[in-house]
Write a protein of this length. Structure first.
Length: 243
């Protein structure tokens, strides 16, 4: 009789556990989706174009990826970010996480980024990292160097994991570089940092590159305000007239 009871308990455990686990996963996914939807609702409630650059909240971030095209299987490997208020870096408010990839990155990418397969395989899945990153950035204006790369991967990841469109305003660092140093041929992050005498180290690490991009953004913001640009709209209008 006791053996029959033990066997019954084992059978029930085997049948119930997967269902309970799936229900927990579904609830977690629903909470993540609701949170991102709330952030996107907040984005629509205010327009940052006329907000003073000196107090506008920014999140400067960098993605390390396995390649350049998410539509052909390239994925996000790590996200690094730092918050700013105007030109001030908020050094205690940073975000960094590696991401568990769907397929192993090439040896070239691992060597470039300094990441390892062991580290990546032990990382959280994309949906968890992305949801945490959305919580970190809230409704701040995003900034990145060569932002089209970040935008492409953020849009793809947001749709693939949450079935939502990427709606944050994302500004490229060159947006201000073209205003404050129009005669300079500044393309790479290294070239831009060299121009402003910003010391570079640990390149192609998402957190390090995010901080470098933030320092570049700070230098550009300070110079832009000296030149009389006080809002994003001021810069947009100026660049539009220059075309």
């Amino acid at each position: 009789m006791m053996n029959n009871m033990i066997q019954l308990v084992k059978q029930l455990s085997t049948k119930l556990s997967p269902g309970i686990y799936t229900s927990s996963q579904q609830q977690s996914a629903a909470n993540q989706l609701a949170h991102v939807r709330e952030i996107q609702r907040q984005l629509k409630q205010h327009d940052v174009l006329d907000h003073s650059l000196s107090t506008l909240p920014f999140v400067v971030f960098d993605l390390e990826t396995s390649g350049f095209n998410p539509d052909t299987g390239d994925s996000i490997l790590s996200i690094g970010a730092i918050k700013m208020k105007g030109a001030d870096l908020i050094e205690e408010s940073t975000f960094y996480s590696t991401v568990q990839p769907k397929k192993q990155p090439s040896e070239e990418i691992l060597a470039l980024t300094g990441l390892t397969n062991e580290e990546l395989n032990a990382s959280p899945p994309l949906i968890d990292v992305l949801s945490s990153f959305y919580q970190f950035m809230g409704d701040a204006t995003l900034v990145a160097h060569h932002a089209s790369h970040e935008k492409r991967f953020m849009a793809h990841a947001t749709w693939q994991t949450l079935r939502l469109t990427f709606q944050h305003r994302l500004v490229d660092t060159s947006f201000l570089t073209r205003v404050v140093a129009p005669d300079q041929e500044l393309i790479t992050l290294d070239e831009c940092c060299s121009f402003y005498k910003i010391e570079t180290s640990n390149r192609h690490h998402a957190m390090s590159d995010a901080i470098l991009a933030a320092k570049l953004w700070r230098a550009n913001l300070q110079k832009a305000e000296e030149l009389g640009f006080h809002t994003l709209r001021d810069v947009y209008v100026h660049l539009a007239k220059g075309k």
